[in-house]
Design a protein around this ligand. Structure first.
Ligand SMILES: [Fe+2]
Ligand SMILES: [Fe+2]
Length: 473
């Protein structure tokens, strides 16, 4: 059974909004504020229409529709994965009890906080990416950027729906705050550090969608396990859309690496700058930056808050149900990253419950490694000997046990002074950024692409690369 969305509604949804007039009115009064936010903080490049995917259904087949739409007319809707009436809480002290359909009073504040923190990241990335359309390397890439942007907008809707539907006046106030905080703002910044960093160029965008959207995938994966069923179902559906965001990152970096390798071979040099390419050491420094700031998003190595979230059944582990343990973890231990007494980078044993951030971060790192392997296969196939790698978990960290030390990408601890002197060996230097920015000239002609990037293997939704994905205004 699938639920079809009623497009005659002001807010497309599969949550039977018309049965709840109060909620409908609350959302309808938030909608103009959202549109105002989109107009002032969303994409700056004026467009007539864009070939976009719109969620229209939550079934296994045909959940999305593709077509040219004006972005301000995009149908940001509210979609939850289908309800499993038999679902039970899979972990924690309430394990085995029926999943909650309303917010349990004793966990109200914690659940609200989890939803607000997740919700805050969604509009933040739209803000970070708002100027990228001005320098898009092709219409195909421009379309992908806008697709990611409208879906992050929809993810904001998803979180705001939960706040309005289940958290009363406090929820409505939080929904307003989600539009008032802005990425990089001095007075009201976004909650998490990585979402206040700039995404000033397309190499950063591809790294962001690879590494930072992937953090989103893992966070959503843990909330999908939540005992609070509406949150679980919302996140399950969001994960569907999130897959495309990571595809944009994965294949974006693929195509940078492919182009760079081709230029290296053609001109028999590592320094492809004067041939309009991005040298591999610059790619590595961008990778180092985005990986390390994304690691910070997982929080401290040990956390009693997260232990409490788990025991309460609010936030689970990645792949909770396939874990071969008791799903209570009260007697288990885990190795967490730590600074050894001699000042070097290592691991110590901690109770499994307080080490859950480390558990999730480890799953994330393993997933990130897949991309690096893939990019290295492209280099290998091109006959180029250099390889990319993930830096040490201690490198460039601002959160957790490594926040107060400096380490090289190999995990060698350095003095603060030496780090300052050498940091641009490992992080993008002003010269790297200048070079990358100098390549960011827009290419808006159908079937054409900027010289620093290889074209994709295929287009979107069966369309060719040569397609009118975007009509500029
Ligand atoms: Fe998202
Ligand atoms: Fe995303």
């Amino acid at each position: 059974m699938t639920t079809t969305i009623d497009y005659s509604e002001k807010i497309p949804n599969n949550v039977d909004l018309k049965q709840d007039r109060r909620l409908q009115r609350a959302l309808e009064s938030w909608q103009p504020n959202f549109l105002q936010w989109w107009k002032t903080m969303g994409p700056t490049l004026p467009t007539r229409d864009v070939y976009l995917r719109t969620a229209v259904n939550v079934g296994h087949q045909g959940w999305a529709h593709f077509g040219h739409v004006a972005m301000e007319d995009y149908r940001w809707g509210i979609f939850l994965a289908e309800r499993d009436g038999e679902r039970r809480i899979p972990f924690g002290v309430h394990k085995g009890e029926p999943a909650w359909q309303v917010v349990p009073g004793e966990y109200r504040a914690e659940l609200r906080r989890l939803i607000v923190v997740q919700g805050d990241t969604e509009p933040a990335s739209v803000e970070q990416q708002r100027n990228l359309g001005l320098t898009a390397p092709s219409l195909y890439d421009l379309r992908n950027l806008f697709q990611v942007n409208v879906e992050e907008g929809r993810h904001l809707w998803a979180m705001v729906y939960l706040l309005h539907a289940y958290f009363g006046r406090e929820g409505r106030e939080e929904a307003e705050e989600l539009l008032h905080r802005n990425s990089g703002s001095a007075e009201a910044p976004r909650i998490l550090g990585a979402f206040n960093e700039e995404t000033p160029d397309w190499l950063s965008f591809f790294m962001f969608t690879y590494f930072t959207d992937r953090d989103g995938k893992f966070q959503l994966g843990t909330l999908k396990e939540s005992g609070f069923d509406p949150l679980s179902r919302t996140c399950e559906f969001m994960l569907k859309e999130e897959a495309h965001h990571m595809f944009v990152g994965t294949t974006g970096v693929d195509r940078v690496v492919e182009r760079t390798a081709a230029l290296m071979r053609e001109h028999d040099t590592d320094d492809v700058r004067r041939f309009g390419g991005i040298p591999l050491d610059v790619v590595q420094r961008y990778l180092n930056f985005h990986f390390s700031v994304s690691l910070d998003l997982f929080g401290s190595e040990t956390s009693t808050n997260v232990a409490n979230y788990y025991s309460a059944g609010l936030k689970g582990r990645w792949g909770e149900e396939s874990r071969p343990d008791d799903h209570l973890l009260t007697d288990d231990v885990i190795l967490v990253d730590a600074v050894r007494p001699d000042g070097t980078v290592g691991q110590v044993e901690a109770p499994a419950l307080v080490g859950l951030n480390s558990d999730l971060r480890r799953e994330y790192v393993a997933d990130c490694q897949n991309g690096v392997n893939r990019w290295n296969r492209i280099l290998e196939a091109a006959g180029v000997p250099q390889r990319l790698q993930l830096p040490s978990v201690a490198f460039n960290r601002r959160v957790g046990v490594f926040a107060d030390l400096e380490a090289t990408p190999d995990g060698q601890v350095l003095s603060a002074a030496e780090w300052q002197r050498r940091r641009h060996e490992w992080l993008p230097s002003p010269a790297d950024k200048d070079h990358v920015r100098s390549l960011m000239v827009p290419v808006y002609e159908e079937g054409k692409i900027a010289p620093w990037l290889a074209p994709p293997k295929k287009g979107i939704n069966g369309q060719p690369f040569e397609f009118d994905y975007v009509h500029l205004a």
